[in-house]
Design a protein around this ligand. Structure first.
Ligand code: IPE
Ligand code: IPE
Ligand code: MG
Length: 242
């Protein structure tokens, strides 16, 4: 019996939406602005879209903020992206007033002490919240996440807590995503590229993929509605022949 055994029922509102927020640099370039201006505008879109997702009844939302590959950008762009996160984390996700549960994925060892502290506070202060769960992926790589989980499960086996045969898709998946966040139902990428760019490799395994040319800064509630409408028209068979 495969582990992916969801009901092959008509899709309605996706439980978990993941978004690759791409196109900030091009948005800025079109206006003759520096790339960093695009990232600042993109942060505003993030705030809006969190509220919109919540209003549509989505329970989990995961956003790609900074990839393990993004370190290869200029020092200036990397530090301005990091500063944007540091300075605005509390505002980016208004978890205090909106009952949102905030969490983070990605390696923390390369991030500044200040940013890590803010992330930990955000997680701690929103732990009892019962609204939408918002996950921000910072210094995140899908392969990195899988490798870290392999290390964790190898450690469990070495310590005698599990046998190697106990490492099933179910156990591995549980170790990979803390807090019981489910697999992605709908993966949206703005900015026109047709790829995953190392985002949620495990969790996107059976996601419906939605690509739009709209740049992230221009992504509106209407655009989100169109993505959700498209999702509701998809037939999710999970390998079944129905
Ligand atoms: C996405 O926008 C934001 C991050 C990767 C941090 P880009 O900065 O990749 O914008 P484009 O793709 O160059 O337009
Ligand atoms: C993916 O966008 C990463 C984030 C949105 C944070 P990129 O712009 O970095 O991806 P590529 O370079 O087009 O694959
Ligand atoms: Mg890009």
């Amino acid at each position: 019996m495969p582990f992916i055994k969801k009901e092959a029922a008509p899709a309605s509102v996706p439980e978990h939406v993941a978004i690759i927020m791409d196109g900030n640099g091009r948005w800025a370039k079109k206006r003759g602005l520096p790339r960093t201006a695009g990232h600042r505008e993109g942060a505003k879109t993030l705030r809006r879209i969190i509220r919109d997702l919540d209003s549509f009844g989505v329970k989990y939302a995961t956003f790609y903020c900074f990839s393990t590959e993004n370190w290869s950008r200029s020092e200036e762009e990397v530090s301005s992206l990091m500063k944007l996160l540091e300075d605005n984390l509390d505002d980016l996700v208004n978890y205090k007033d909106e009952n949102i549960r905030l969490r983070f994925i990605g390696g923390r060892e390369r991030l500044s002490e200040n940013l890590v502290k803010k992330m930990e506070n955000g997680e701690k202060n929103s732990v009892g919240h019962t609204g939408m769960t918002v996950t921000l992926a910072i210094n995140y790589g899908g392969r990195d996440e899988i490798v870290r989980t392999a290390q964790k499960t190898a450690r469990l086996a070495l310590d005698g807590k599990i046998a190697p045969e106990d490492i099933t898709e179910e156990l591995f998946g549980r170790e990979l995503r803390a807090d019981g966040v489910p697999d992605v139902d709908l993966m949206i990428r703005t900015g026109g590229e047709l790829r995953l760019s190392n985002f949620l490799i495990w969790e996107n395994s059976y996601a419906e993929l939605y690509f739009t040319d709209t740049l992230w800064c221009d992504f509106s509630k209407k655009d989100l509605e169109a993505a959700l409408a498209e999702f509701s028209r998809r037939s999710r068979r999970f390998g079944d022949a129905k």
